[in-house]
Design a protein around this ligand. Structure first.
Ligand code: MAN
Length: 366
């Protein structure tokens, strides 16, 4: 498997870790069009484990219809729509004219990936695909997306987006070995995604960031905070981080699991600027905030400038162009590896100095 060191217009080196061509489809009738938005966590002294979202679409299409894939009982099911019975809302979604209901043009599952030789630069990391996690049950028929991993005790908890004709919600699964996974059910009802669970409890409670998408747009979608005493029933909901204007005016959403830095949580999240052009998704950047870690999470400051933006070819070109979508951080002393989805097509990683993030973005707290 090849991965390439790329130049960035910003100070951090960007590395392309995984592309769709590195993975085989789960079914001969499908093609892999994306491998992106990875969860990542250190699982051994020289090992990271990733859960990469793999996106597949139907390979051979008729000219006068579109066939979209989904899952039932572990088997791919397809559904065809006549060309004049729907319209594209953007490259990812169609709307059926008869009902106004939406369908994804693809379906997603997770590829488990093991990375070793992690003390080397990312271009020398050894990357080995392992097994897959496929959608299961009625709430995952359109796919599973955008996982994030939080380690609590000896267990790894994975939040992920479950998509079906019942909507887009967030569910939880857990594992101790990344071989077998136990589904724990839905934790945030539709429409809610970008759920990240803090790795430490406070006030005897677990805490999470989540991102409801209001149907009545009194505001752009923003990040909320909630707590729970069992990781399953969440309450005490309150807005946590609202989108500012400009580059994050369209929406903000949780990204990486918060990283503890002294008395702070370092919170890397995404912001997007919606496109004014119909059919285009807009531009997604990675940005950063700090919150209190010595008490219940409270926002202290959100950076007035992005942490990194799509600049390299693999970030500006792809299935959804101009997207960097941060989803995980691992740490090696001062060096942070920030894993992200690039253009809804590939997995990237960028290395940044924790100290420099504070001096650049939060000089009052450096
Ligand atoms: C959505 C997310 C991601 C995706 C971005 C950009 O907000 O669900 O899955 O990467 O859009 O398309």
């Amino acid at each position: 498997m090849t991965h390439t060191l790329l130049e960035s217009s910003l100070n951090s080196a960007r590395y392309l870790l995984l592309s769709p061509t590195d993975l085989a489809p789960t079914d001969p009738g499908l093609q892999v069009i994306g491998a992106f938005n990875p969860a990542a966590i250190q699982t051994g002294p020289d090992e990271y484990t990733l859960l990469v979202r793999v996106v597949q679409s139907v390979r051979d299409q008729d000219q006068d219809s579109l066939t979209v894939p989904g899952w039932k009982n572990g088997v791919i099911q397809t559904e065809s729509h006549e060309a004049d019975s729907f319209k594209y809302l953007d490259p990812r979604v169609i709307e059926l004219r008869a009902t106004g209901h939406r369908r994804l043009v693809f379906t997603s599952h997770f590829q488990i990936v093991r990375i070793t030789n992690i003390s080397a630069v990312p271009s020398e990391w050894k990357i080995e695909p392992q097994g897959t996690i496929l959608p299961e049950g009625d709430l995952e028929t359109f796919g599973i997306e955008d996982p994030r991993i939080t380690k609590i005790g000896d267990e790894y908890f994975v939040t992920y987006v479950a998509v079906s004709m019942h909507g887009v919600c967030t569910a939880l699964m857990k594992t101790i070995d990344f071989v077998s996974f136990e589904r724990m059910g839905v934790i945030f009802v539709p429409e809610n995604k970008d759920v990240v669970i803090f790795p430490e409890r406070f006030d005897d409670m677990y805490w999470a960031l989540h991102r409801p998408t209001p149907a009545q747009p009194f505001c752009s979608p923003e990040i909320w905070l909630a707590n729970s005493n069992d990781l399953l029933k969440w309450g005490n909901h309150r807005p946590f981080l609202t989108s500012a204007s400009g580059w994050e005016g369209g929406r903000v959403g949780g990204g990486c699991v918060p990283l503890r830095v002294g008395d702070f949580w370092l919170i890397v999240y995404h912001g997007s600027e919606r496109s004014m052009t119909p059919g285009q998704v807009g531009r997604y950047v990675a940005t950063v905030a700090i919150a209190s870690a010595d008490q219940a999470p409270r926002l202290i400051a959100a950076s007035p400038i992005p942490l990194f933006e799509p600049v390299d070819d693999f970030e500006t070109q792809g299935f959804v162009p101009n997207v960097v979508f941060p989803t995980a951080i691992t740490q090696n002393d001062d060096c942070l590896n920030i894993f992200y989805g690039a253009a809804d097509t590939a997995v990237g990683v960028t290395q940044m100095s924790q100290r420099e993030i504070f001096t650049t973005h939060f000089p009052d707290y450096a």
